[in-house]
Design a protein around this ligand. Structure first.
Ligand code: DC
Length: 230
């Protein structure tokens, strides 16, 4: 019998747009000194790469080719902010726009694109461990994750947070338009046939509507301490 592969632990954090997954995943990864996968950024990068190549109406096959062919890199700046690079260009600002999120949500509904991004995502699993945030980390990409969390918040609270985030960046969007957008995106992400947004059966649910970022982070770190990861 061959020796079992050394298990590299994954902490999967899934949930809808605006639930705070990104911020929380970054905090948890930092506290545990683990690697980080922002899987939403990969879908955003495919949408951005297609637009940059003038292929906004590309077929699913062309988009899958773009997904496997793109050269990307993640880094952080001096203040610890995540930086994302596409073909040697820093695209973090472009990635976070509402427009890019909308395009990413459409691209993410295509099975060929999801399949094309699978190997790339699994490649982030490196020692000493990975904190992965997205929609299908616990259900599809890392079904063997040591800890699965489904982080949510009410749609109204998520719209309010997103509104504040954009306002702080000097971007003026109406709260009503943002709420509509969040509800549309939730619907698209939950109703698609491949890897829809839903908690894994063995996920722990965490509603962050009335919790601070510190409280959510600490809850997850406590769960990590209770599990086999620690
Ligand atoms: O988390 P985000 O807003 O950056 O994600 C952008 C879009 O990509 C979002 O509409 C859902 C989709 N997505 C996905 O389908 N699966 C993932 N693992 C991550 C994101």
């Amino acid at each position: 019998m061959s020796a079992p592969a050394i298990e590299i632990p994954v902490i999967a954090i899934d949930g809808p747009s605006g639930s705070g997954k990104g911020t929380i995943a970054r905090r948890v990864a930092k506290a545990l000194n683990m690697n980080l996968l922002d899987s939403g950024a990969l879908y955003r990068l495919v949408a951005l790469a297609a637009a940059a190549e003038g292929k906004s109406d590309a077929s699913p096959e062309e988009l899958a080719e773009i997904a496997t062919g793109m050269t990307i890199r993640f880094s952080s700046d001096a203040s610890g902010e995540e930086q994302v690079w596409l073909e040697g260009e820093e695209v973090s600002g472009q990635l976070r726009t509402e427009e890019c999120g909308r395009m990413a949500s459409q691209v993410a509904a295509l099975p060929a694109v999801r399949e094309a991004l699978l190997a790339l995502q699994k490649g982030f699993r490196k020692a000493p461990g990975l904190v992965a945030d997205g929609r299908d980390m616990g259900t599809t990409v890392f079904p063997d994750a040591a800890l699965k969390i489904f982080l949510t918040a009410s749609a109204a609270e998520r719209a309010r947070r997103r509104h504040k985030q954009l306002k702080d960046k000097g971007i003026d969007v109406s709260l009503a338009a943002l709420s509509r957008d969040i509800e549309d995106r939730d619907r698209r992400d939950s109703e698609r046939s491949v890897a829809p947004l839903r908690p894994a059966e063995d996920a722990r649910l965490l509603d962050s509507s009335n919790l601070t970022i510190d409280e959510v982070t600490q809850t997850i770190l406590d769960w990590v301490g209770d599990s086999v990861i620690a």
